[in-house]
Design a protein around this ligand. Sequence first.
Ligand code: ATP
Ligand code: MG
Length: 324
Amino acid sequence: MSAPILTAQNLCRHFEVKTGLFGGSHTVRALDGASFDLVPGRTLAVVGESGCGKSTLANLVTMIDTPTSGSFAIDGKDIQPGDELRDKKLRAKVQIVFQNPYGSLNPRQTIGKILMEPLLLNRPDIPADEREKRAREMVELVGLRPEHFNRYPHMFSGGQRQRIAVARALMLEPEILVLDEPVSALDLSIQSQVLNLLTDLQDKFNLAYLFISHDLSVVRHFADDVIVMYLGKPVEQGSKEQVFNAPRHPYTKALMSATPMADPANRVERIKLEGELPSPLNVPVGCAFNPRCWKATDQCRAERPPMSGGDHGFACFHPEGPEQ
Ligand SMILES: Nc1ncnc2c1ncn2[C@@H]1O[C@H](COP(=O)(O)OP(=O)(O)OP(=O)(O)O)[C@@H](O)[C@H]1O
Ligand SMILES: [Mg+2]
């Protein structure tokens, strides 16, 4: 495996939010301690319920937002707040594709213009004819036709628009692509076409993917490595095989059991989670999952379990599987 292109250490993003009329405030721990590597040619999937901090993590990696604490490095260089504004080359290395293929493209621009714009802004050294040539090549690379170059976004289907969004993200030749629920808004049959395109592009350009999804059946096909998040905290991480075939954290096990598996050999008894997902404004003391966990003990209600277990990490005092 090649060396990581991005290394994140204990990344946290906390938000101060005002509560009530009397100047009270509260801290939302949207992301609370994520450590991981992104490796060229590999896909790291981040999974978890709505509000667990997936997009917060995506915003940090793409430098749209800055961490409250923790650090990350790209190509061995520690990233400080504002670096991306000072260094366009650094900014270009990480690009993002969002979930909504309808909202993310400017309806008044042709596809050609949409694709050329990143070059116009970031690479003024590239002459206009070369800019156009690259944009036309990209149209074909993502499986659209040459005549699409002069059309407007409303003339395309959702799947085609996501191809355009991917094309735009690739114009600056990034090394990392953050995919925030890139196929969730698409029909099932279209989802697999877009995922196949992403796989081909990853092979062609040796891209590192950070793939955010709440759909475990998609993750099972698409990911190499997985982080499972719960209320801002990674609770389990490892290779796809480790996390899917031998989950250690009860939350992972419950998530997996709720996902329909095509292969009967992989079917497990469904675990029904008791209770609601707690508010991120009021995260339970100890292990955040303890109020819903069938294994919780006094220790789980008092102490936060650290991530342990080496390359297959899990944050649990009473893990599933072999005793330690
Ligand atoms: N700017 C902000 N100010 C205050 N709280 C925020 C802010 N951004 C996110 N949050 C909170 O942080 C938590 C994590 O949000 P985030 O958008 O990262 O979740 P998510 O996992 O992407 O959810 P979804 O699956 O619904 O997209 C949520 O509780 C959210 O309300
Ligand atoms: Mg999100």
